[in-house]
Design a protein around this ligand. Sequence first.
Ligand SMILES: [Zn+2]
Length: 251
Amino acid sequence: MENTIAQKLDNLLKLQEIDSQLDNILKIRGDLPEEVSDLEDEIAGFETRTAKFKGEIDNLNATVDSLKNGQKDSEKLIAKYKDQQMNVRNNREFEAITKEIELQELEMQLADKRISEAKARTRLVEDDLSNTQGILDGRKEDLKTKKSELDVITGESQEEEKGLLAQREKQADKIEPRLLKSYQKIRNNSLNGLAVVMVQRGACGGCFNVVPPQRQADIREHKKIIVCEHCGRVFGGVEMPEPAPEKGSKR
Ligand SMILES: [Zn+2]
């Protein structure tokens, strides 16, 4: 069965009511959820950086180890060559071995240079690591504080939010998908989250522009869905002014 326009508007108004309550809950939480997720992103970034620094330090240490091992090998070779020099048969052999020894000594000097370069680089990276680690620790502390603040605020409204979300789902089911989609679209574009408003004291309840009397009469008729020509919000109806209290009325 097709809903009448009046029913459609009534359903939209009820949905708007629930959504506005949900908006209020989110407003109380304020920027905290965003601050928490920003901090989490930042922390992830710093953790990537510290992991990168640690990886580089490991590589540098491995380089130093292998250079030192190379130097030990050179030392052994030099000792071996010096033994061989004791037993040479001629000058030519002696010279050849001397050249080998010089080559190994050169290798050892080169390794010394590379070791001290690697150690200097390690100290730099260690400084970067400890600075980054310091910032990271601070951010983690901030996150802990913000998260517990958020938990307290969320805890207070969690049950209410759950209830409202369940109500919202039921209410949204009563509205045809196309209408629900445009409701959602208007709501997303609206700073105060209002997609359905009443005409209040002759003006749009969303943008406060005057709604001409003829248009108000059309809205009251419920023959079709009428939107505000200024802000595009759906008019749910026309609010009747509250009757002024009678003068001298009996209590
Ligand atoms: Zn308007």
